[in-house]
Design a protein around this ligand. Structure first.
Ligand SMILES: *Cc1c(COP(=O)(O)O)cnc(C)c1O
Length: 395
């Protein structure tokens, strides 16, 4: 079955994805089943998307209710779930206004456009440059790959969009040297995800905030991966006692349905007047109904707190593994966004874990990333740790 499906896919699909030889059929909580009936514990969660696990009964019910009521009307009109979701996001964040799109890249596109438009409206059309970080990841559209600080993402797509400057993450002096009168914004992930689960140094983000205040540049946080409880708080910025001016969300916002959101303070959002930006499917009833239920579950069921505790336990276990195995160079991350840097390639380990019934992910060749649903249990973590222990012991 899997082999036949792979063969068919090879004939008809663009070959953009390097895939594993497995096809999934169903899920429940942190478990997945493939078409051969094998089960896996999921430490990837659709790349930090399914924070509430698979087939969550309340999300399924919310989606089913909406499917049977109304799918789409267009943003020419109001709909209830969209306004309810925006109300929830505004009540639970620094932001005053929300724009909905369909993906992370679209949320970042909106943020880039808003930052430029904000200064343009103030008669500062020359103030359009955005500073982003080396090893960042902001998406695959032309604007967002241009904002991304990784050459491999841009290769072959020149000329990329102009107006981005890059500095190393965690390097305050480089930021001070680069920021200038043409800088409209500094855009970064509070914890770099795809770039290798890289955490900010103490005080780094606070100093970035201060530099933005001093120069008048806007601060944009890309919380597409870190948001919705992933790092142990609803949004990662809440760990640091500061607030951005603009924030983007996507991945876990609707637990698997396609949605992106760009949140901003009132004074900045004012630059997005009628006709300034739009999206046909942005905030359509079905995805916003799902996202609203996700938001309610996150707060009703103490999921974020449980995820934070699971993350602390998991990190401790990974650190203990590091003490026993010299091949592990570093363990890092926050909440349930955890990384383990190896001195060797991680791909064979991902494969061995898969054979043992665990999905994990490898980024930047040597970094294993663990991003399970926030509902992962201690027992499930223990089983993965035992599996990794065996793999490292046999090396
Ligand atoms: C995944 C991701 C994106 C891109 O989101 P898409 O939905 O794939 O467009 C942007 N920024 C960060 C930090 C991400 O993790």
């Amino acid at each position: 079955m899997t082999a036949a499906l792979m063969q068919r896919a090879d004939q008809v699909m663009a070959a953009t994805y390097q895939r594993f030889a497995v096809a999934f059929e169903k899920g429940q909580g942190s478990q997945l089943w493939d078409t051969e009936g094998r089960s896996y514990t999921d430490f990837v969660a659709g790349i930090a998307v399914c924070n509430l696990g698979h087939a969550h009964a309340r999300i399924s019910a919310a989606v089913t209710r909406q499917v049977e009521t109304l799918l789409h009307v267009s943003n020419l009109y109001y709909t209830l779930p969209q306004v309810d979701l925006a109300t929830w996001l505004v009540s639970n964040s620094f932001a005053d206004r929300v724009f909905f799109g369909n993906s992370g890249a679209e949320a970042n596109e909106a943020a880039i456009k808003l930052a430029r438009k904000y200064f343009n409206d103030r008669g500062e059309a020359d103030r359009y440059r955005i500073i982003t970080m080396e090893r960042s990841f902001h998406g695959r559209t032309l604007a967002t790959l241009s904002a991304t600080g990784q050459e491999k993402i841009k290769k072959g797509f020149d000329p990329v969009l102009q107006g981005f400057d890059f500095v190393p993450f965690n390097d305050i002096e480089a930021l001070r040297a680069r920021i200038g009168p043409a800088t409209c914004a500094v855009m970064l992930e509070p914890i770099q995800g795809e770039g290798g689960v890289r955490c900010p140094d103490d005080n780094y983000l606070n100093t970035v905030r201060q530099i933005c205040d001093d120069t008048g540049a806007l601060l944009i946080f890309d919380e597409i991966q870190t948001g919705m409880g992933r790092t142990g708080k609803l949004f990662a910025y809440q760990h640091f006692g500061i607030e951005p001016d603009i924030m983007t969300l996507a991945k876990a916002l609707a637990n698997g349905l396609p949605i992106g959101a760009m949140l901003a303070r009132e004074s900045i959002s004012a630059a997005f007047g009628p006709g300034a930006h739009a999206s046909t499917f942005g905030g359509t009833p079905i995805v916003t109904a799902a996202a609203l239920e996700v938001c309610n579950i996150l707060t009703d069921d103490g999921v974020i707190e449980k995820g934070r505790a699971a993350g602390a336990y998991f990190k401790e276990q990974l650190r203990a593994l590091k003490d026993r195995h010299a091949v592990i160079e570093d363990v890092r991350g926050r909440g349930l966004l955890l990384g383990m840097k190896l001195k060797i390639d991680g791909a064979p380990i991902v494969k061995q874990c898969m054979q043992a019934g665990f999905l994990i992910n490898c980024i930047q060749d040597r970094i294993l990333r663990f991003i399970p649903p926030l509902v992962i249990t201690q027992e499930e973590i223990d089983r993965l740790i035992a599996c990794l222990e065996n793999i490292f012991a046999e090396m």
